[in-house]
Design a protein. Structure first.
Length: 196
């Protein structure tokens, strides 16, 4: 569950606000080839959202499914895809957004916010929602020490998560754009872990 950062001690390397990039051949299943925005990372575990896996569900469809009437002002937002956020609680929505308004279940994440309450979706339906947002169903989660163990096994690369990649790069290009922020390309990666 999402908690404030003050509630637990932070691991030696806090990855909150960074991207995790699944290493080819090292991460399988639902998280293979993903870019995950880490929302929270404490000694009790980590929570992140997959940001490069759009679903067939659109924001407009989602709002209609939860019985929110769409305003004419919603415009092109209604055709924006909802993302597969991860394999945990796939029936629950998460909105990663620029912090506009005071929503009942928001956690500030640097210059972004994560909201899990219906009120942010109500504002979106009324055409008054956040300027930049990404809506997911589900999240990726790790228990205490699990992410650190996977990092030690070279399963993930981590890099700062610029908002221009998160909100300005098409989903299918986010993996390579995040790699580019590290100064590497996909062709430079292998699935083999190296040990000195």
């Amino acid at each position: 569950m999402i908690t404030s950062k003050d509630s637990g001690s932070i691991p030696s390397v806090d990855l909150s606000g960074q991207f995790l990039l699944a290493m080819p051949g090292m991460v399988g299943g639902h998280l293979a080839n993903t870019v995950i925005f880490v929302c929270e990372h404490t000694s009790q575990g980590a929570l992140g959202l997959v940001v490069n896996r759009p679903t067939d569900l659109t924001v407009g469809n989602l709002l209609q499914r939860i019985d929110l009437d769409l305003s004419l002002e919603i415009g092109p937002v209604q055709d924006t895809p909802v993302f597969f956020g991860g394999p945990v609680q796939t029936d629950r929505g998460f909105v990663l957004h620029t912090p506009i308004g005071a929503y009942s279940s928001s956690i500030k994440l640097g210059d972004l916010a994560l909201t899990t309450s219906r009120d942010v979706l109500q504002e979106v339906a009324e055409g008054r929602g956040p300027e930049f947002m990404l809506i997911t169903l589900g999240y990726a989660g790790w228990g205490a020490g699990q992410l650190e163990s996977e990092l030690a096994q070279n399963a993930w690369l981590n890099v700062e998560a610029p908002k221009d990649i998160l909100f300005g790069v098409p989903p299918e290009d986010r993996y390579e754009a995040a790699l580019g922020a590290l100064g590497i390309t996909l062709s430079m990666l292998t699935g083999d872990a190296g040990h000195a």
